[in-house]
Design a protein around this ligand. Sequence first.
Ligand SMILES: Cc1cc2nc3c(=O)[nH]c(=O)nc-3n(C[C@H](O)[C@H](O)[C@H](O)COP(=O)(O)OP(=O)(O)OC[C@H]3O[C@@H](n4cnc5c(N)ncnc54)[C@H](O)[C@@H]3O)c2cc1C
Length: 388
Amino acid sequence: MSDIERAQAVVVGGGLTGLAAAVAVARAGLKTIHLAPQGPPDRRTSALMMPAVRYLQDAELIGEPSGIGHPLQQVRIIDATGRLIRAPETLFDSAEAGLPAFGWNFSNVKLNEAFATAAAALPDLETRPLTLTGLVRNDAGTLLTLSDGTEVQADLVVGADGKKSLVREEGDFRARENGFTQAALVCDLELGRPIGNCSIEFHYPQGPFTLVPAGGNRANLVWIDQRSVLDAARAAGPDALVETFREKSMRLFGSIALATPAHIFPLSTITVTEAGKNGIVLVGEAAHAFPPIGAQGLNLGLRDVADLAAGLAETDLTAPGWTQKLSLDYARRRAPDLARTTGIVDALFRSLLAEMIPAQALRAGGLWALKSLPVLRKQAFGMGMGNR
Ligand SMILES: Cc1cc2nc3c(=O)[nH]c(=O)nc-3n(C[C@H](O)[C@H](O)[C@H](O)COP(=O)(O)OP(=O)(O)OC[C@H]3O[C@@H](n4cnc5c(N)ncnc54)[C@H](O)[C@@H]3O)c2cc1C
């Protein structure tokens, strides 16, 4: 046992939830090792709703959101399906909900920089650019093997290692995975006309084409379609790609220029039956993944971290067996939110793609109801914001 290092906590994964979790765990007073292998920059952007933004500010992971993000005050939905039963154009305005904004849109690179600055200031947090290669449960907790051959005996393990989580697999968590033939193409665009602080969603039968405000005339595009369609559109070259964007956005914005190269992300869903046990907890996409519809993924991941921080604050970290108690408590706290959010996104995704006439009628009727019934609109605002 002499060559084996000891750590009170190890956080695995250097994405946004891993960074936020490492900060939360070290702030709780645990000597923490954060395994954060270097990777290419995360070119996605994240629309974070006000509860998530407030959490980031309270946890001092970011300062004023205006320093690194752009406000989201309106959401406009345009039914571009050309179906028999179509939904009316619908506008949601944060002023209706009595809010200055629904949330803020951030580039993941900027969030990563802000979180890393917060992490660097914590004396109990040590970051290593290593991957986890093995995990075994033993009587003393969990024995981890790192990519440099080091072995670490940890009390608490936080799996923030994304969709293909080794912590989930070797920690023996039951998970259900479902791959889609659709993918998401993302890039930044310079538009001839600004979109203000309004996120605009064109709903096509194959998936939404969404422009999210990124300041001035810039917008972040998230286009969901069949993977083969996205690959072909990108392979056709920048000029043809821009012409496709002009067509998909109904030529509403004048000229369009590519501001960044297009990246394509495969889409899948992952659900776990429990998000914590045996001194191991899963956060972010290690615990849940779904298509980027309604901007829920990172919002949910940050609620994982907020619940982990709350659980740590209520736990006696010196009592025998505290990690077992904490991980079970975490699983119990997270279960309703994970089930509810996954259910909403799944229903939304299926309703967007459904070719069945009854499903189209339901979706169109739902949007009509949302457009005209204030009580329903209020509930929809709350759900989209991730209010609990
Ligand atoms: C196109 C698109 C748009 C999106 N837009 C939004 C949005 O607007 N709003 C929103 O809330 N969400 C959005 N999401 C979802 C959001 O991006 C994700 O939920 C979030 O980034 C997941 O973060 P994560 O840290 O859990 O996982 P990841 O970002 O995947 O990070 C996992 C990390 O673990 C590391 N890792 C993996 N294996 C190991 C190992 N063995 N050892 C050590 N490290 C390991 C990886 O290197 C990686 O750094 C979007 C997703 C997509 C695809």
